[in-house]
Design a protein around this ligand. Sequence first.
Ligand code: 5GP
Length: 191
Amino acid sequence: MTHTGAGKVIVISGPSGAGKTTLVRQLFERMPQLVSSVSATTRPARPGERDGVDYFFLSAEDFQRRRGAGDFLESCQVFGRGYWYGTFNNQVSPSLAAGKSVVLEVDVEGAKSVFARHPAAITIFVRPDSIEELERRLVARGTENPAAIARRLEVARRELAQADWYQHQVVNNDVDQAVDAIVNILLSHGV
Ligand code: 5GP
């Protein structure tokens, strides 16, 4: 049951490279009462990423063990044969119980799993203007090789095709405007 002051689950999805990370970082600055959920992943850390802060970086074995133990609210293999990603229950439930709203940055499949478990979740899809714009951003970010970028663009096309499933869509042309839009969405939901 939802009541005033109850913590809410906020799901944010969008193609990798759409500028989601920057946007979410600014969202936390604007709404410091929000709690972020740190996901687990089997992908290696990128330069500058810290274990337990950006992600919990787990071995494939560890990830599957935690999965078997029922530690995840949701988990899936985001890029086909690629890496596993998942949201730990303990990153979400304690905050909700304490009346705090939690932000989950997950892919479309993860979003649907979370929504099935938390039907009162607020779902937001952050999209680039176009696939061309997304490609430009991924190339500019410079963290992936051309094959990985091509794969991400392919995944992005599939994700964009499911954007209509979300309650809200925010186009991320201008970061400040996109953050404003998300803040307004959350305020309208009583966050
Ligand atoms: P990246 O490897 O670039 O950090 O993230 C790749 C993708 O994984 C992004 O689309 C992101 O939303 C998704 N992702 C990150 N954490 C989780 C998670 O806990 N669960 C799911 N299902 N997807 C996640």
